[in-house]
Design a protein around this ligand. Structure first.
Ligand code: FAD
Length: 431
């Protein structure tokens, strides 16, 4: 049964949907924000580090009220090979002062807070409702159906995450292929706050973000992550879904193996596993972006594939926030002109270009392709760990100069100098 008509219906109360709802409600529009989880964030999985810049533009100093965990002041990238590991460790205490660089967040609390901001601004938040269908009239999206209920709006914003049913039903996107997405698993491991600060060598409430490359993914394209929350760690693995299908490996099994490795076990020792979750991540960058708008509909966040994974930086939440903002700006313009047609909503592309979203995806358009190179997850972690281990080994054997050590390791790992030069060049150019 069709009920009242809203200015905008937003499907999904993740960072993209709640940001759009907050900004539209602030402008006085009638907004319905629909979330299938019993509370916003209850269905969400995320490694859990959010770069602060995008939300700070919308809610200045949001960290004063938002349930953020720790500002990240230590960045570590660790290359793994069996018993050996080598880390690049960057510590910058300035990242722990306003305006903070990034925060670890737990999505259950963070998403609930952001959705409550939208509610406070006047949006109607409807939880535990799953949108099943997009309603159309003469090709224009006119609302949604959830179970028996039909709800109408001038515009629908699809912010329902990776493999968005809403965008697919509106005919804007197709089911993402296994080559376009990665599978992520995450476990939250509880530890006392002081233990976390000591183990990760951070002051007081500061935090660390550690990424792992190498045999934690069995050489498959992907990596591991470990983020420090106030009194827990978010630990996980992200692996190309196509690779997982090819290798027939279970993520839950390699995560358990990873936890037992000598590089990880001491970091999580004594911790209590609190929750486990798995989710898809769109990772193909610019190449996977669907039609971003149609008659009566816009697509934002993961639903539009707006994620940037450079291997050493993973950005989905700040893209979700900024695309939610761009969607809201578009709807405000469309409302002023009473034009929610495809042409009326075309300004969305322009707003995304003006923001960093399409600019950054454009700048790194070749990064996803570059990361399909298997040497990045096999030969190069072995080369780095083997070489650095040799550098620090003193065992009474005749001295070998650095150059010979480097060349020896390159040969041992069966990498040609030509390959190394080409990969280095491509990496420097594309990442
Ligand atoms: C393991 C993992 C690690 C990650 N690590 C990071 C990281 O460290 N930093 C970072 O920035 N990004 C990270 N990401 C990516 C980040 O989580 C996403 O880019 C971000 O959450 C996208 O926000 P969104 O609002 O577009 O979608 P989501 O956060 O997925 O929100 C979509 C919402 O829509 C709801 N929904 C879905 N379908 C329906 C429906 N039919 N009806 C009603 N509601 C519906 C869902 O329940 C959900 O609440 C990671 C992702 C994963 C899986």
């Amino acid at each position: 049964m069709a009920e009242e008509k809203f200015d905008a219906i937003i499907v999904g109360a993740g960072p993209a949907g709640s940001t759009a709802a907050y900004l539209l409600a602030q402008e006085g529009l009638d907004v319905l924000l629909i979330e299938k989880g019993t509370t916003p964030g209850s269905k969400n999985v995320s490694g859990g580090r959010m770069y602060a810049h995008a939300l700070n533009r919308i809610i200045p100093n949001f960290w004063d009220e938002a349930p953020v965990e720790r500002p990240v002041t230590r960045e570590i990238i660790t290359f793994l090979n069996g018993e050996q590991s080598v880390s690049l460790d960057c510590h910058d205490v300035n990242w722990g002062k306003p305006p903070y660089h990034s925060f670890t967040v737990l999505r259950t609390e963070f998403d609930a807070w952001l959705a409550s901001k939208a509610e406070d601004a006047g949006a109607v938040l409807a939880c535990a409702i799953r949108v099943d269908e997009v309603l159309k009239e003469n090709g224009k999206v006119t609302g949604i159906r959830a179970g028996e209920d039909e709800m109408l709006a001038d515009v629908v914003i699809a912010a329902d995450g990776a493999n968005s049913i809403t965008a697919q039903q509106a005919g804007l996107s197709k089911v993402f292929t296994a080559h376009q997405v990665a599978t992520g698993v995450k476990q939250v491991i509880e530890l006392p706050p002081e233990t976390i600060s000591q183990r990760f060598q951070v002051d007081g409430n500061h935090g660390a973000a550690q990424l792992f490359v190498g045999d934690c993914t069995k050489g498959m394209q992907g990596g591991g992550f470990l983020y420090t929350n106030k009194s827990s760690l978010s630990l996980g693995l992200v692996v190309s879904t196509a690779e997982l299908q090819r290798c027939q490996i279970k993520m839950s099994e390699i995560l358990e193996e990873f936890k037992e490795s000598p590089h990880l076990a001491p970091l999580i020792e004594g911790g209590q596993a609190a929750e486990y979750s798995a989710h898809l991540i769109p990772e193909a960058g610019l190449g996977m972006i669907p039609q971003l708008y149609g008659d009566g509909i816009l697509v934002a966040g993961d639903a539009a594939g707006l994620v940037l994974n450079l291997g050493y930086i993973v950005r989905g939440m700040d893209f979700a926030v900024a695309s939610g903002e761009a969607a809201a700006k578009t709807v405000i313009v469309a409302k002023a002109r009473s034009d929610f047609s495809r042409q009326g909503l075309a300004a969305y592309q322009g707003f995304l270009k003006e923001s960093f979203v399409l600019r950054d995806l454009e700048a790194y358009r070749n990064a996803p392709r570059f990361q399909e190179n298997h040497r990045l997850f096999n030969e190069y972690p072995r080369l780095a760990t083997g070489l650095v281990s040799k550098l620090f080994t003193v065992d009474g054997t005749p001295p070998v100069h650095l150059l010979a050590k480097v060349l020896g390791q390159i040969k041992e790992n069966r990498i040609s100098l030509w390959q190394l030069a080409v990969d280095s060049w491509k990496g420097a150019k594309n990442l």
